[in-house]
Ligand binder design. Structure first.
Ligand code: G3P
Ligand code: CA
Length: 290
């Protein structure tokens, strides 16, 4: 019997050859152990969301290196966690401004600021990276977990396409409308839905309401995300339900050995940490060092 080549079969079934291929992001989802995910780079040893921190996280062997981005006044991506420049730059000393908003400045202006001295004077001169610079630095030795804090779905979809980054990275957000919109424009892209929101449908949620639940998981499933990203308010039952619904479950932000071990033993698929080294120790303890 003559076997039909897989590509011919895929065409007959209406699948494109790219849909058939397994991308780096999909392979990352299928790794046979939980992921070590470096939160904002490596803030235990270097300024958060800095190129030096991203490189150190790669050197420490993180499977994914997370960054946060906002957009500037021209809609260009800039890598910073807060919507203001105050906490992680010298904006007040340099410009005499407080509550200086990222969205009101240009990237060029913001890149004149010192984003390292606040953390430690040895990092004086570190600059805020553009989104493109940060992704390039991480992709040189690892894979980026891009967290959108502000910016449109159109913006990230265009950037991923222009730079051939579709499924070379994973994209996540607390804003599930954004996740849904990216999924609609780019269904193949692996996406993460982060929770819990502090507010849902205009209502401020209690701590109890923010625990991972079947309702949250069902709601997240509507976004098209394949990864659910939650805090440590999870139970064996909700971990199992998330898996039943086809999600990978990553937990943030775990910086101590014992909580990390407990979560790995409970069966989560990734742990997001400020301390990549301690996560590897937890991994070795639970999954062995081979
Ligand atoms: O990856 C999830 C985590 O980064 C969300 O919290 O505030 O550190 O961005 P935050
Ligand atoms: Ca983040």
């Amino acid at each position: 019997m003559r076997l039909v080549p897989a590509t011919v079969l895929a065409i007959c079934l209406g699948m494109s050859s790219s849909a058939q291929a397994t991308s780096p992001a999909e392979k990352m989802l299928e790794l046979d152990r939980p992921l070590v995910i470096a939160h904002r780079g490596y803030p235990t040893v270097a300024p958060e969301n800095s190129i030096v921190g991203f490189r150190l996280a790669n050197l420490a062997g993180a499977d994914l290196v997370e960054l946060d981005y906002h957009v500037d006044r021209d809609g260009e991506g800039i890598v910073i966690h807060d919507k203001t420049l105050d906490r992680t730059t010298d904006v007040t000393a340099a410009w005499g401004e407080t509550d200086a908003k990222v969205v009101e400045k240009s990237r060029a202006e913001m890149q004149t600021l010192d984003a390292g001295t606040w953390y430690d004077p040895m990092f004086a001169g570190v600059r805020l990276p553009t989104l493109e610079e940060a992704i390039d630095a991480i992709q040189e030795g690892g894979m980026t977990l891009v967290e959108r804090k502000a910016g449109s779905a159109e913006h990230i979809v265009a950037l991923l396409k222009e730079r051939d980054l579709v499924n070379e990275v994973i994209v996540q957000s607390f804003d599930w409308e954004y996740v849904t919109a990216v999924h609609e424009m780019l269904p193949e892209q692996v996406l993460g839905a982060i929770g819990p929101s502090r507010v849902w449908n205009g209502k401020k949620l209690s701590k109890k309401e923010r625990e991972l639940s079947r309702e949250w998981i069902d709601e997240a499933a509507k976004t098209g995300a394949r990864v659910l990203v939650w805090n440590a308010q999870v139970t064996p039952e909700t971990i199992s339900y998330a898996h039943d619904k086809g999600f990978k479950l990553y937990i943030y932000t775990i910086n101590e050995l014992e909580p990390a071990k407990r979560l790995l033993e409970a069966g989560v698929d990734g742990v997001i940490t400020n301390n990549t080294a301690i996560l590897w120790k937890a991994m070795a303890s639970v999954h062995g060092a081979d």
